[in-house]
Design a protein around this ligand. Sequence first.
Ligand SMILES: O=P(O)(O)OC[C@H]1O[C@H](OP(=O)(O)OP(=O)(O)O)[C@H](O)[C@@H]1O
Ligand SMILES: Nc1nc2[nH]cnc2c(=O)[nH]1
Length: 184
Amino acid sequence: MLERLKRSLLEAPIYKRGDYNYFIHPITDGVPEVRPDLIREVVTHIIRTANLDVDKIVTIEAMGIHIGTALSLSTDIPLVIIRKRRYGLPGEIEVSQVTGYSKGQLYLNGISPGDRVIVVDDVISTGGTALATLEALKAAGAQVVDVVAVIERGSGAERLKGQGYQIKTMLRVDADEGGVRILD
Ligand SMILES: O=P(O)(O)OC[C@H]1O[C@H](OP(=O)(O)OP(=O)(O)O)[C@H](O)[C@@H]1O
Ligand SMILES: Nc1nc2[nH]cnc2c(=O)[nH]1
């Protein structure tokens, strides 16, 4: 299962960001190129394993967009993209996002109270983005029926699960100078 994703992660180059061994991968970075076979494998897996009895798919700019778009095309469920830019539309919800590398604001539009949604993203690491997303969706009155991240690195997903959030991840990984290791 997920053989292409696993193989591609084992081949991912490492880029040193200070002390952090950052892996560069088509799904999480769009670099060197977004591979259709990987997107297809990921989306097929989501369709098999996630609860798609939803009104909307929600993803987060930037690196959730290709996964969200492919899932939307495969299911005909509309896609809502949480943006890092304010639009000032009526009802726009603003939340703070803190990740391992950045701090900023996220802006949610397009959700009506009672909407059933699934959240999809490329990676969960500290869990800061997922937490901000869930906070925004709660403020919008959405019912979050599933949260799926393709790759899990670090303790964020476990922390959020400990706080009662249901989060599904496809592969858990870590990385050092030698490359990516798949943990399960
Ligand atoms: O669990 P976390 O520590 O919050 O990290 C996960 C988030 O980090 C990345 O986004 P990032 O904000 O780096 O922006 P990008 O998608 O524009 O690269 C990724 O796409 C996730 O949304
Ligand atoms: N692409 C990518 N995203 C991450 N998010 C947290 N760690 C990483 C990493 O090593 N690579």
